[in-house]
Write a protein that binds this ligand. Structure first.
Ligand code: HEM
Length: 576
C-alpha cells in the first residue's frame, strides 16, 4: 500500500527525483513500488553540505515504504533472495549504507534478532522526525533493544529461576514492564542527571591522568588499553577508586580478567542473535559452543564485579570509606539508597542493588572503548585535527590556573572543537551501526503516510545520510568543522539540517530508555581524549610491517555488540 504524503517535511520535494539508481538486485516489483526521493540537496557551493544557496525547504513529496522480500525464520538475511546486503560483521557500516542505497529512506526488512514475528519484521527509516513519532508512542514502559539480546535475557532468566544473586534484577532491567521501571529508576539515580554526572568529573580526570601515563606501553594493543582506561574511569565513578589497570602496573589482575571476559562475552552477542539456529538450540536445551562461551565469559565478569561490590559494602559497614571520592561514588550513594528504602514498596534487595552496579561496570567497557578507539584512530589519521584539538585543550589548561585538566575545561563553550571531533566520529564510525531502535507500543503510527500497526519494530538508520556524498562533501574525510555553528546555521532550512537533529547527534538513543550512563560516558570520552592529546603527540607507528593506513577505510573492524576498530600500532611522543 502506498500513501503519498503532501506535508512539508525535511525529505522530499516536488522536484526530487530518483536519487539512487534502482539496484539491479531488486526485483522489478519492488522497484516499481519504490518511490525514491533524492535524499539531499546537491553539493554545490558549500564545502561541507549542499544547499548553501539557502533555498527554502521544498514541499515534500512522498517517501514510500519498500517491502524487502522476507522468508519465515530467516527474514531477509539470504541476500540472493532479498537483495539485502550480505550480513557481515566486518562490513556493518557499509552494509547499512548499501541497504539504504538499494531500498531508500523507508523499508521493511526481516532481521533475525532484531525484528518481530515469523519474518522478523523491522521498519528502517532515516528521517528522525518520523522516528520521533514512534518515540512518542513508546509509552511509560518502553521497549529497549537490549531486550532483543536474547543471550542476556536468557542468561538472567536462568539465574532468576535458580534464585542466583542478581538474577531477578538483570531479568527485570532487560524486560519491558513494571519490573523494568523499578530497576531503571534505581540504576539511573545518581548517574543520569547532569549534576550527578558532573559530580564524577574530578574522579574521571584523575583516572584518565593515571591511564594516560600508561599509553606508550600499550602502543601495540590500543584496544586493550582503551578497554582498561574505560574500566579505570568507570571504577572512579562506581567506587571512587583508581585501580590504574591501564598503566600496566596494577597488581589487580582480576580486573584484567573482568575486562577481557566482559568484552569477549558482549562481543559474542551479535553472532549469537543473528544466527537463528542458536536460538533454536537454546530453546531445545542444547548448549552450543558459542552460547557456552558467552555464558562463561559473562559469568566471570559478573562474579568479579560482584566480589568488588561486596568488598565495598563490607568496608562501608566497617566505616572504612576512605576519602571524598569513595564517599561520593555511585556505589556508596546507591547502597545508601538501597538501605534507606528497605521496607518500602519497590525496594531493592542487597543483591539486586549490587547487580545494578555490576551491570553498569559491564556496560561501561565495551561501549566507551569503541568510542575512544575510533576517535583516536581518526586523530592519528588526521594530524591537523589532532593539532587543532591540542590547541583547544592547551588553552583550557592554561586558563585553569593549575596546569592540568579541571572540570571547568569541559564547560560547553570550552569544548567546541572537542565536541565537533566527537560528532564527526559519530557521523563516520558510530559505536553501533544504528543507535535508535524502538517500538510503537501504545498505538498504530503513521510513518511517511503509511499506517504501521501498534507494536512494530523500528530502526533509525542515522548514519547513511551523513555518509551520502550528495549531502556531505567528501564523506570519508574527517572534518570536525562541519559541526561548527556557522555550518549548522547554513544548513538550517535545507534538507541537510537533518544532520543536526538530536536523534542524529550521539550514540545513546533517546526516550525513557536512553542510556542511563550517557552523561558519564560522554565525560569519560572527552576527558580521556583530552588527557591523551595533552600529554602525547600520537601518530601511527613506523613498524615497517604493514602499509600505513591513510583513511578510516583502511581500518578493519568487527561488530560484536559495538563496532570495534583494529587500531594500528601507535607511537607516543611526550608533549609535556
Ligand atoms: C560510549 C558509551 C555508551 C554508549 C554508546 C551507550 C549506548 C547505549 C544505548 C544505545 C542503549 C540503548 C538505549 C535504548 O534502549 O534505547 C544503552 C542502554 C544502556 N546503557 Fe549505555 N552506552 C554507553 C555507556 C554506558 C555506561 C557507561 C553505562 C553504565 C551505567 C551504560 C549502561 C546502560 C544500561 C544499563 C542500559 C540499559 C537501559 C535500559 O534498558 O533501560 N551505558 N546504552
Amino acid at each position: 500500500m502506498i500513501v503519498v504524503s503532501t506535508r512539508q517535511r525535511l525529505f522530499g520535494s516536488q522536484t526530487r527525483r530518483a536519487f539512487f539508481v534502482p539496484a539491479a538486485r531488486l526485483d522489478s516489483q519492488t522497484i516499481a513500488s519504490s518511490l525514491r526521493l533524492k535524499s539531499s540537496i546537491e553539493a554545490t557551493k558549500c564545502p561541507h553540505h549542499a544547499g548553501q544557496n539557502n533555498d527554502p525547504v521544498k514541499i515534500a513529496d512522498s517517501v514510500k515504504l519498500v517491502n524487502v522480500p522476507k522468508l519465515p525464520f530467516v527474514g531477509s538475511i539470504i541476500s540472493q533472495h532479498s537483495g539485502m546486503s550480505k550480513w557481515d560483521f566486518t562490513t556493518s557500516y557499509d552494509n547499512w549504507y548499501e541497504n539504504h542505497k538499494n531500498f531508500g529512506h523507508f523499508y521493511s526488512t526481516g532481521l533475525p534478532g532484531i525484528g518481530k514475528g515469523l519474518y522478523h519484521e523491522v521498519y528502517v527509516l532515516t528521517d528522525p522526525n518520523e522516528m520521533m513519532k514512534v518515540l512518542r508512542k513508546e509509552g511509560p514502559l518502553p521497549f529497549g533493544p537490549l531486550e532483543l539480546q536474547w543471550p542476556i535475557t536468557e542468561y538472567y532468566k536462568d539465574r532468576k529461576e535458580a534464585g542466583a544473586p542478581g538474577g531477578s534484577a538483570g531479568s527485570g532491567l532487560f524486560s519491558t514492564g513494571i519490573e523494568w521501571q523499578k530497576y531503571r529508576r534505581f540504576i539511573q539515580s545518581d548517574l543520569l542527571h547532569p549534576a550527578a554526572a558532573k559530580g564524577y568529573l574530578s574522579g574521571i580526570i584523575k583516572a584518565s591522568e593515571i591511564a594516560s601515563a600508561g599509553a606508550p606501553k600499550h602502543a601495540k594493543n590500543i584496544a586493550e588499553y582503551m578497554a582498561h582506561s574505560s574500566f579505570d574511569m568507570f571504577a572512579s565513578v562506581a567506587f571512587g577508586q583508581f585501580p590504574g589497570i591501564a598503566t600496566g602496573e596494577s597488581d589487580q589482575e582480576e580486573y584484567n580478567i573482568f575486562c577481557k571476559s566482559g568484552l569477549r562475552g558482549l562481543g559474542l552477542l551479535l553472532p549469537l542473535i543473528t544466527d537463528p539456529m542458536e536460538m533454536v538450540q537454546r530453546k531445545i536445551g542444547i548448549k552450543s559452543k558459542l552460547w557456552s562461551e558467552f555464558e562463561e565469559n559473562f559469568s566471570t565478569a559478573r562474579e568479579i564485579a560482584h566480589e568488588k561490590v561486596k568488598l565495598f559494602r563490607t568496608r562501608k559497614a566497617n566505616d572504612q570509606i576512605k576519602d571524598e571520592f569513595e564517599e561520593m561514588s555511585y556505589a556508596n550513594l546507591s547502597i545508601d539508597r538501597q538501605i534507606s528504602s528497605v521496607g518500602q514498596e519497590d525496594a531493592l534487595t542487597e543483591d539486586e542493588a549490587a547487580e545494578m552496579i555490576v551491570i553498569g561496570l559491564v556496560a561501561s567497557v565495551d561501549t566507551t572503548s569503541s568510542l575512544l578507539n575510533w576517535t583516536l584512530t581518526h586523530l592519528v589519521l588526521n594530524p591537523d585535527v589532532q593539532e587543532e584539538l591540542h590547541k583547544e585543550i592547551s588553552k583550557n589548561v592554561a586558563n585553569s590556573g593549575v596546569g592540568a585538566l579541571t572540570g571547568d575545561c569541559f564547560g560547553k563553550s570550552n569544548t567546541v572543537y572537542l565536541d565537533a571531533v566527537l560528532r564527526e566520529n559519530h557521523r563516520m564510525t558510530s559505536v553501533f551501526s544504528f543507535n535508535v531502535n524502538k517500538q510503537n507500543i501504545m498505538d498504530d503510527v503513521e510513518i511517511h503516510g503509511q499506517t504501521i500497526p501498534k507494536g512494530s519494530v523500528f530502526v533509525l538508520d542515522s548514519r547513511s545520510i551523513g555518509m551520502d556524498p550528495s549531502v556531505v562533501k567528501d564523506p570519508d574525510v574527517f572534518d570536525p568543522t562541519r559541526w561548527f555553528k556557522d555550518e549548522v546555521e547554513a544548513r538550517r532550512g535545507t534538507p541537510a539540517e537533518v544532520l543536526d537533529h538530536p536523534l542524529y547527534r550521539e550514540p545513546f538513543s533517546a526516550g525513557a530508555r536512553k542510556c542511563p550512563g550517557s552523561r558519564v560516558a560522554s565525560y569519560e570520552a572527552k576527558v580521556m581524549l583530552s588527557q591523551l592529546v595533552l600529554d602525547w603527540k600520537i601518530s601511527i607507528a613506523d613498524n615497517n610491517k604493514d602499509p600505513k593506513p591513510k583513511s578510516w577505510r583502511d581500518i578493519k573492524y568487527f561488530q560484536g555488540l559495538t563496532i570495534q576498530p583494529e587500531v594500528p600500532e601507535l607511537s607516543f611522543e611526550r608533549r609535556r
